[in-house]
Design a protein around this ligand. Structure first.
Ligand code: NIG
Ligand code: FE
Length: 403
């Protein structure tokens, strides 16, 4: 079909997510797009003519979902650690004993690019077939320059294979590699002085991320990394305040970062700093659930200060083996008491903002034609069903990529 053809979907219940409140519902609407962009949303009678047309039969249409925090490129899995944790060993204890992230690093370093792609693509396809049209993918299981670049290349290839938009984040500061044991400052210096210029030059990373935690990197080390990232023109985001309050959210805000993620232990000062900087709070209920955490993110304070909340899977082999953004939305409602509307905004408009993208997350003329037609009538159903309410069509950049 020529890229200049107009395509139209008629008779949908469209949740546009336009405006700052509500679902932006338009009943019995038509959506028309040409190439990658939406041209029209509104009554059928006023819709421009289209070369190809589909009938939605009253089904719900939403923006394509956006998973703004995943670690889905990795080799192996950590089901054995899951068993250990169920016997009472903590995530931090496993990490200190050389397991955890380090275990995935060993497996990922051994995998070549094709093997990494083969292991990881099914996870991206699972997200896609559940409605995800844009997915962020982090490196961070390589922890040497070659392996980190290999992960980022595999991530880009996933986008080519799945039809999804892939946004990549360089997460070299995820854990200390064994070669640098006891020398965390030297490792950060190596990343800043040697790796970051090459990562920036490669164009393989859209942002820089880090893990600020007792078992990760200190605020001072993250501060140095972020200053270097910004000198290279790369936006920053942070795994902040997941297991303790090290002031990560405030540090991220100080650097004008895109998002602070996890944020269970974020203080009132951290929330206020994020509000001032306009940074997004990315909630990751899958990790909260799998680690059986009990400290909730400060949801009321985020609402009060107008901090946008996104919801993501954190899909990773250790703390969140969760390949469904809609299940994460359900968990955000049940565990964090988000409303279904907040959960849907969190997986669309606010997730787009967490990635620095303004061309998606809503259904409006000029936006990317990233659309999902659901076997559902009410928008709340997307967070209500723990599974089910499957997509009928998943469209990315104007092309059907699933169902
Ligand atoms: O987002 N917190 C650090 N990073 C991941 C965990 C990765 C792993 O355990 O492999 C997270 O939860
Ligand atoms: Fe993460």
């Amino acid at each position: 079909m020529p890229a200049t053809d107009r395509l139209a979907l008629h008779g949908a219940r469209v949740a546009t997510l336009e405006g700052s409140e509500g679902y932006g519902l338009v009943e019995n609407a038509s959506v028309v797009w040409r190439g990658e962009r939406i041209e029209y949303v509104g009554p059928r009678g006023a819709a421009p003519p289209a070369e190809r047309e589909w009938e939605a039969g009253g089904a719900l249409l939403t923006p394509g979902l956006i998973d703004c925090h995943t670690h889905l490129v990795f080799a192996g899995n950590r089901a054995g650690e899951f068993e250990q944790r169920l016997k009472g060993v903590s995530y931090a204890e496993i990490a200190r004993a050389g397991g955890g992230i380090a275990a995935s690093v060993r497996a990922t370093r051994e995998a070549d690019e094709d093997a990494l792609l083969a292991a990881s693509l099914p996870r991206a396809l699972a997200l896609r077939d559940d409605g995800v049209t844009t997915v962020e993918i982090k490196s961070g299981y390589g922890l040497d320059l070659d392996s980190e670049l290999r992960m980022l290349r595999a991530a880009r290839r996933i986008g080519e294979a799945s039809g999804q938009s892939v946004r990549t984040s360089f997460l070299g500061a995820h854990a200390l590699p064994p070669e640098f044991a006891g020398r965390a400052d030297d490792y950060i210096a190596r990343i800043c002085e040697d790796w970051l210029p090459q990562i920036a030059e490669s164009g393989l990373a859209d942002a820089v991320d880090a893990y600020c935690e007792g078992i990760g990197f200190s605020p001072d080390q993250v501060d140095r990394l972020f200053s270097a990232a910004r000198r290279h023109g790369l936006p920053v985001k942070l795994h902040a305040d997941q297991l303790s309050d090290l002031g990560g959210a405030a540090l991220l805000a100080h650097h004008g970062g895109l998002s602070a993620d996890h944020v269970e232990y974020t203080s009132a000062e951290g929330v206020a700093a994020m509000a001032t900087a306009g940074s997004v709070a990315v909630l990751l209920p899958g990790a909260f659930y799998a680690l059986r955490e009990t400290t909730l993110p400060p949801i009321a304070a985020f609402r009060e200060h107008g901090v946008a909340m996104a919801v993501a899977t954190d899909l990773n082999p250790g703390t969140s083996p969760l390949a469904s953004l809609r299940t994460a939305m359900n968990m955000a409602c049940v565990l964090f008491r988000l409303t279904p509307e907040e959960a849907l905004r969190g997986a669309t408009v606010h997730a787009a903002r967490a990635l620095g993208l303004s061309d998606r997350g809503r259904i409006a003329p000029g936006q990317r034609a990233d659309l999902v037609l659901w076997q559902a009538e009410q928008p709340a159903e997307l967070a209500y069903w723990t599974a089910g309410a499957a997509p009928l069509r998943v469209i990315a950049g104007g092309r059907q990529i699933s169902c």
